[in-house]
Ligand binder design. Structure first.
Ligand SMILES: [Zn+2]
Ligand SMILES: [Zn+2]
Length: 362
């Protein structure tokens, strides 16, 4: 066995007091604990441990001072029956390093709210109030979950909120601190559940939020309202609220991007002689001048009559498909006149019979 200078390892004088030895160990253990410094520090930590085991025990220290480290055998350091908990009791702060992260501030969850609006509202934008349900701290128990806020000390961890586990590792035994499962680390448990929140410490609360929907939103557009989500935990910030937009189907218009599409029915006379017709737009009416002999399914474009772009505000176009209505029933007079015009002529058409049928049907 190689000779080891336990005093040097702990960085203390040969005449160091027990207090100095303990404080040196505390400092080094915090620095080299494998949970903090990583696996590479295991050997170093083992060495520090060994030095401390010897120098903190007056009998072993005397043996070491007289005969050196080679007077100890590995068995001397298997900490069988050694009360680690006792040693670390007043060294509690060492392990705070590992347990601290348990109560870290946690951000609140984000919330989603689906809002259905009309195409007109998407066109003009709107400001509206929505009601959301969010979890807030139960006022009846002040968030403790206990009836009248009364708690008792957790019997499992005796109020410390932590469970110490001693684990054997290649470098001796190490104390691992875990959060107490019974009390979740608070050290206190509920003797009787709060009836208002059923012991959860939080209740759903309705909250009204004003939302401003900009012009030009489309299906699945979303708005983020910072800080309006669930409350955070341990002083963490609240989450955000996301408003997801849905557009109700429109009676007249179909939307594709910023463009709008619709159909306008005209009678046979308008198709043959042409003329002006009025068509709806998203925010009013517009006129289209039909030329003579307008064919069914001709599409007219109304520039700048579509939806505003969400970012630029520039409006898309409106496309109007003309549908020529062929009368299904004729008066006697109409029948006589139409037969006079068309009846005796052989039908000449560039399209086949079925193409023509399709035109009329669609
Ligand atoms: Zn507990
Ligand atoms: Zn409660």
């Amino acid at each position: 066995m190689t000779k080891k200078d336990y005093y040097k390892i702990l960085g203390v004088d040969r005449n160091a007091s027990q207090e100095e030895i303990r404080s040196a160990f505390r400092r080094l253990a915090r620095k080299y604990h494998p949970d903090v410094a990583g696996k590479g520090s295991e050997e170093k930590f083992k060495e520090i441990n060994e030095a401390f085991q010897v120098l903190s025990d007056p009998q072993k220290r005397a043996q070491y001072d007289q005969y050196g480290s080679s007077s100890f055998r590995p068995e001397d350091f298997n900490f069988e029956g050694f009360n680690f908990e006792d040693i670390f009791k007043d060294f509690g702060d060492i392990f705070n390093v590992f347990s601290e992260r348990k109560n870290k501030p946690k951000s609140g969850s984000d919330l989603r709210y689906d809002l259905e609006i009309s195409l007109e509202q998407a066109f003009s934008g709107l400001t509206t109030k929505i009601e959301i349900s969010v979890y807030t701290i139960c006022k009846a128990c002040k968030g403790t979950g206990a009836k009248d806020g009364k708690l008792k000390t957790c019997p499992v961890c005796d109020g410390s909120g932590q469970i110490k586990k001693i684990r054997r590792t290649p470098f001796g035994q190490t104390v691992f601190i875990t959060t107490c499962n019974k009390c979740g680390g608070s050290g206190k448990i509920i003797s009787e559940k709060c009836k208002v929140c059923n012991g959860t410490g939080r209740v759903k609360e309705k909250r009204k939020v004003e939302v401003k929907i900009p012009r030009g939103v489309d299906e699945n557009s979303y708005l983020r309202i910072a800080g309006q989500g669930e409350a955070g935990q341990n002083g963490g910030p609240p989450g955000d609220l996301y408003i997801v937009i849905h557009i109700k189907p429109h009676k007249i218009f179909e939307r594709r991007g910023n463009d709008l599409f619709c159909k306008a029915n005209i009678d046979l006379g308008k198709a043959i002689f042409g003329g002006e017709i009025e068509v709806p737009t998203i925010n009013g009416k517009a006129k289209i001048k039909l030329p003579r002999g307008t064919q069914s399914h001709t599409v007219f474009r109304l520039k700048g009559q579509g939806m505003p772009d969400l970012h630029t505000g520039k409006r898309g176009d409106e496309f109007v498909k003309i549908i020529v209505e062929i009368p299904k029933k004729l008066s006697k007079k109409q029948e006589i006149l139409l037969k006079e015009i068309f009846g005796n002529e052989k039908i000449k058409t560039s399209k086949g019979f079925f193409d023509k049928m399709r035109d009329f049907v669609s």
